[in-house]
Design a protein around this ligand. Structure first.
Ligand SMILES: Nc1ncnc2c1ncn2[C@@H]1O[C@H](COP(=O)(O)OP(=O)(O)OP(=O)(O)O)[C@@H](O)[C@H]1O
Ligand SMILES: [Mg+2]
Length: 261
């Protein structure tokens, strides 16, 4: 379902405020070292890493919002560089930014986005009903988003991402801002989403969330892939019972390598 081949990203960070004003830039920041990874469908795949690890950079490349500096990836069989429209058609993304129109109700937003994907009207209404029961959208459908709580907004953002029932769902810190009930609804939804060979890429720095929803994960640190495999393997390789401790051990070992090199 997802094949990442030697994908890397270097940001052209402005040299200085003055340089930026003059449009000058230089390749200074390697956000992602060449990364190769294959992920099959029918699962929630965790992407773990501390702040600045490169998770969002990777996911933005996969969602065709950023162009990789080298390498490529295939999502659902489509190349992100050569067939970006096809990738976007089979992809749903929740990436932190909400971008909801204040004056529209949740239902109007969902209808509006369904239009982008060319969904039939009757299909849209049945899909909204389905999402209402899965995500407990309730009032969020009838109230204008300016009157939504953060959790209600986030639920509409998630519903919007899956309105067209995408084969691949990318969630980047999707649980942030949710209260305990909304978070539960999200995690249950994520776990159910992997049916029918669909893939959920679940990115977070919260280990508990990964332990609850995923069986496999990749750990990124400073733009490098530190580990990949089942959570059980990752814990075993680090000689730890808890994922959090395994993560600390892996980071410590990597820091040791970086200092030595
Ligand atoms: N637009 C940008 N220009 C320059 N550098 C950037 C840009 N976006 C991200 N970076 C840098 O690239 C690195 C990876 O950032 P990224 O946002 O991908 O990490 P992350 O794992 O998603 O972190 P977080 O958990 O904080 O969301 C960081 O060092 C960050 O400062
Ligand atoms: Mg991020």
């Amino acid at each position: 379902m997802l094949q990442i081949s030697e994908l890397s990203k270097v940001y052209n960070t402005p040299k200085s405020a003055k340089g930026a004003a003059r449009g000058k830039s230089e390749p200074t920041h390697k956000a992602l070292e060449p990364l190769t990874l294959n992920v099959t469908g029918g699962q929630v795949y965790g992407l773990l890493g501390p702040n600045g690890a490169g998770k969002t950079t990777l996911l933005r490349c996969l969602s065709t919002l950023l162009t990789p500096s080298s390498g490529t990836a295939r999502v659902g069989g489509f190349d992100i560089g050569q067939e970006p429209e096809k990738v976007r058609q089979i992809l749903g993304v929740v990436n932190g930014g909400m971008g909801l129109y204040d004056r529209l109700t949740g239902r109007e937003i969902l209808e509006y986005f369904a239009g982008f994907y060319g969904m039939e009207r009757s299909k849209v209404q049945s899909r909204i009903l389905e999402l209402d029961s899965l995500l407990e959208l309730g009032d969020a459908l009838v109230k204008r988003t300016m009157d939504h709580s953060t959790g209600m907004k986030q639920k509409i953002v998630i519903a919007r991402a899956v309105i067209h029932d995408p084969r691949v769902l990318i969630l980047d810190e999707a649980a942030s801002g949710l209260d305990i009930l909304a978070r539960r609804a999200l995690l249950d939804f994520v776990k159910s989403y992997k049916a029918q060979d669909r893939l959920v890429l679940y990115s977070t720095h919260v280990m508990d969330e990964i332990e609850e929803v995923s069986e496999r994960a990749a750990i990124l640190y400073k733009g490098r892939l530190l580990e990949e495999g089942t959570l059980e393997d990752i814990r075993a390789r680090a000689g730890e019972k808890r994922l959090e401790n395994a993560f600390f051990e892996l980071v410590k070992a990597e820091e040791g390598r970086l200092v030595a090199s």
